[in-house]
Design a binder for this molecule. Structure first.
Ligand SMILES: C[S@@+](CC[C@H](N)C(=O)[O-])C[C@H]1O[C@@H](n2cnc3c(N)ncnc32)[C@H](O)[C@@H]1O
Length: 361
């Protein structure tokens, strides 16, 4: 007799997992709504509120706000501070400790942008299905404002709090160059937080940030002014492979962008060209396993999620794409680097959960 009881249990486990995933997906949608409408921020600042008070302050329809608050209460994101049988008289509040995850933009636990990014990716699922059938993809531009903003918001806390001192500061050769006033190129700089972090952390550093996405560069320029480093940080709306990208930089870095590029070799070739003879070339990319393995764990599951629904469709939206995807293994980068004329790729001694830092020699 076949072992039907084991098969039945495994099917039940899978059914439970799909059910939990459905609840998690609704949490993600609800965080997206709460984040975009500033519900969490208002609740955090104004304490226990009725549905009408929150709706009035957020400028939203009370009926929708009430349904959202009730969903948030049954899901454990907010609590009922004052119970009432009349739904309009109940008061809801955000636990103060949740602010670090939902509203504090500089907290290392800030994860509202992760939910926003995944919800935004969900909006393009039909285009991804179409791309599976007929090729092509969904470009960064097509993903739109929500995607570029959530990308920037997600990396901002670790760039602003860890990149300059803790990460680069722990590599003596790199830290010495930055301290003595390096010229830095930040390739695929997005909203500019990595460039700004280095300028804030090292007061003799000058940075040129390059990104082909013009709205990102517009934001980056505003951020540099707000951070008071616009005299030392300049942003350029340019493709990294553009011949007009010139320089003799002491440090050339590309943070979480090489795997997105349809032609990573062209970008790496450009990075090698603009680096000074003893220039330090750094690529920060996802810390995926060395080789494919089905039991690789949760970080790899997350990376395959980003890859299937964001990075691979983005890269594949361009003709003749390398089709890298988020799961860019070290050997893949080594091959790209070799094709770009580098002789070696070293993994740098910077330990993080999410990132691997490579020095291209
Ligand atoms: C995933 S985002 C990372 C942005 C930023 N480095 C960060 O860590 O938040 C990838 C960025 O690479 C940029 N990009 C893609 N291809 C590029 C190219 N060929 N030249 C310059 N920037 C490029 C995109 O516009 C986007 O801003």
């Amino acid at each position: 007799m076949p072992d039907t009881s084991g098969a039945t249990r495994r099917a039940q486990d899978l059914a439970n997992r799909v059910f939990d995933a459905a609840l998690g997906t609704f949490d993600v949608f609800a965080i997206y709504v709460g984040d975009r409408l500033s519900y969490y921020q208002i609740l955090g600042e104004h304490g226990p509120m009725t549905t009408s008070e929150l709706a009035e302050m957020a400028g939203t329809e009370e009926r929708y706000t009430r349904e959202w608050l009730e969903q948030q209460a049954v899901s454990g994101f907010v609590y009922v501070a004052e119970m009432s049988d009349d739904g309009r008289s109940r008061r809801f509040a955000l636990p103060p400790e949740y602010a670090s995850v939902l509203t504090d933009e500089l907290s290392l636990s800030y994860l509202a942008p992760l939910a926003r990014m995944i919800a935004t990716a969900g909006m393009k699922l039909s285009a991804v299905v179409e791309a599976h059938r007929n090729g092509g993809g969904v470009s960064w531009d097509e993903f739109g404002a929500d995607m570029r903003e959530s990308q920037a918001d997600m990396n901002r806390p670790s760039f602003m709090k860890l990149l300059a001192q803790e990460w680069f500061g722990s590599v003596p050769d790199l830290a010495d160059r930055l301290t003595s006033g390096a010229r830095v190129a930040d390739i695929g700089c997005g909203f500019g937080w990595s460039s700004i972090s280095l300028a804030v952390g090292y007061d003799r550093v000058t940075v040129d940030g390059y990104d082909l996405d013009e709205p990102s560069i517009d934001y980056a320029r505003i951020h540099a002014v707000e951070a008071g480093v616009d005299d030392r940080v300049t942003f350029h709306a340019l493709d990294a492979g553009d011949p007009s990208v010139q320089g003799d930089y002491d440090v050339v870095a590309a943070f979480e962008c090489i795997h997105d590029m349809p032609d990573p070799v062209a970008t790496l070739t450009s990075m090698r060209r603009i680096a000074a003879d003893d220039g330090y070339v750094v690529v920060m990319d996802e810390k995926v396993s060395e080789a494919f393995h089905p039991d690789a764990g949760e970080i790899e599951q997350l990376m395959y999620g980003f890859s299937n629904f964001i990075c691979l469709p983005d890269g594949m939206a361009h003709l003749h794409s390398a089709g890298t995807g988020t799961v860019m293994r070290p050997d893949t980068l080594r091959r790209y680097a070799s094709e770009a004329g580098f002789s070696d790729v070293e993994v740098m001694p910077i330990e993080t959960e999410m990132w691997r830092f490579y020095r291209l020699v």
